[in-house]
Design a protein around this ligand. Structure first.
Ligand code: GAL
Length: 470
């Protein structure tokens, strides 16, 4: 009898946990949302930074760096899949931390890129390998028979028997299937037919810095995007164009409006989405957030606008869709109820100050005990913040009507360039009563690079512009 009760008790706990997990409806995201956490089919934050996307049999496979909130050490490369670019399914840790060696414990592994080799059919993965202090960099590679892995780490990619001692890297596959390795400074190296070594230097350095090299082709023009060298801090990314990969490359200026810091992101890849009527080129950037890179670093994916052969991201889209049949990108309006900070239904605890920025009403606090609380009946809630240079991390929690936490995340409200943006959007929940709690954490993104230059926020404020209920 006692055993029987114990089984019922354990089952009840399991059912409660199961119900909690399924308070979230995975698979219902209807757009590409930049600058906020995405959730996979298990309700876990999508961790795939410095990423690229490979298409296979009508599915998109996203590869990216796994991060933690406590250390910069290599934590593996994840693989997710999606049929629509909105909902991401965790597939595998395609390359885990190795037992020892150059991608073993306490090493750096970044900017993972995967390409399918046309001659062997194998998948080849490339990455920046380094020490934690960024003093032993080279480009490494790994191979797999299946796109989701497991990938076997093979060590450095060699050119004339020598490793490529560069840090930031990217890849590009041309229309004829030839593969190229891109390294910071704008160097382009041609890969061998099997992609497992380098056979030629296609293009020499074109600019100092020019990190996060990202290359794509539209018709007969090649576009080469890169960033300045500012560690995890975002800067105004710029680009070159050429008719041939070996140049000459023409400097074309900034990708996004000046001082917007590429909408607070750093380039990593451009995905071509070709449809029956249109082709969308999707810029993929990282909004890094050191040290909380797992919880709070996000993705900035935006459609690129073409004017002749000039490219730009003239405005930041919080949410947009891409029709995979026609290839056309569209902005969407979020159908929601808006609550401004002075709404009586929102309660505030601790010290908060109301004001306006650019006539947008905001409320702000850096009191480490302060939080706001709001009860709602609905299935999704979002939060617009005013990102500012003295903002820090906020903790966002959603509690169900039993007081159990069903969603919890840390969000980064810092940006060196002030901008009002959607900074949190919950997963879609079962329609019910919930409570949103947003707390000042007293922490902020800040760090120093290997030259001891200080970067990041100057304060721990959180600055809220409005809540939205969907
Ligand atoms: C950036 C680089 C990132 C990472 C970071 C470390 O410049 O693009 O991939 O290496 O520096 O500070």
């Amino acid at each position: 009898m006692a055993n029987y009760k114990l089984i019922i008790f354990i089952s009840a706990i399991l059912i409660a946990q199961w119900a909690n997990i399924f308070a979230q409806q995975a698979g219902n995201t209807n757009a590409i949302y930049s600058g906020l956490a995405w959730y996979d089919q298990n309700g876990k934050v999508v961790s795939a930074h410095g990423a690229n996307i490979v298409m296979k049999n009508g599915k998109f496979y996203l590869f990216g760096e796994v991060h933690s909130d406590t250390s910069n050490a290599f934590a593996g490369f994840n693989c997710y899949s999606s049929k629509d670019l909105y909902n991401w399914k965790f597939e595998s840790m395609a390359l885990p931390v190795q037992k020892n060696g150059k991608l073993g414990p306490n090493r750096v592994g970044e900017r993972v890129k995967v390409m399918k080799n046309p001659s062997s059919g194998d998948f080849v993965m490339f990455m920046h390998v380094d020490t934690l202090g960024y003093k032993d960099q080279f480009v490494g590679y790994a191979t797999a028979k299946k796109i989701t892995g497991p990938y076997q780490f093979k060590g450095p990619l060699l050119f004339n028997g020598k490793p490529i001692k560069k840090w930031d890297m990217g890849t590009f596959q041309d229309h004829d299937g030839t593969g190229y390795l891109l390294t910071h400074g704008g160097m382009i190296h041609q890969l061998s037919t099997d992609y497992k070594s380098i056979i030629a230097e296609t293009n020499p350095t074109i600019a100092t810095g020019f990190e996060s090299p990202t290359l794509f082709r539209k018709n007969d023009t090649y576009y080469f995007i890169g960033s300045h060298l500012t560690s995890w801090e975002k800067n105004d990314n710029y680009y070159f164009t050429a008719k041939s990969l070996s140049g000459p490359w023409t400097a074309r200026g900034l990708l996004a409006p000046k001082d917007k810091l590429t909408w607070n992101s750093q380039s990593t890849f451009v995905l071509k989405i070709e449809g029956t009527k249109d082709t969308t080129f999707m810029f993929m950037g990282d909004r890094w957030s050191f040290p909380k890179q797992h919880s709070a670093a996000t993705y900035v994916w935006q459609p690129i606008t073409f004017t002749g052969d000039s490219i730009s991201i003239p405005q930041y889209l919080n949410a947009w869709t891409v029709n995979l049949n026609t290839g056309a990108a569209n902005t969407i309006r979020l159908n929601h109820k808006i609550l401004l900070p002075n709404n009586k239904q929102i309660s505030y605890s601790g010290n908060w100050k109301s004001s306006t920025i650019d006539s947008i009403p905001i409320i702000r606090s850096n009191d480490p005990k302060a939080f706001l609380s709001f009860k709602f009946n609905g299935k999704q809630i979002g939060l617009y913040a005013y990102l500012l240079p003295d903002n820090g991390y906020a903790k966002v929690e959603i509690l169900n009507n039993k007081g159990e936490v069903v969603v919890k995340n840390i969000i980064d409200l810092y940006s060196k360039s002030p901008m009002s943006q959607l900074a949190f959007l919950s997963p879609i929940l079962n329609k019910s009563e919930y409570q949103l709690i947003v707390t000042v954490t007293g922490e902020r993104p800040n760090w120093s690079d290997k030259r001891k230059t200080l970067y990041g926020s100057t304060g721990n404020n959180i600055t809220i512009a409005k809540l939205i209920i969907l």
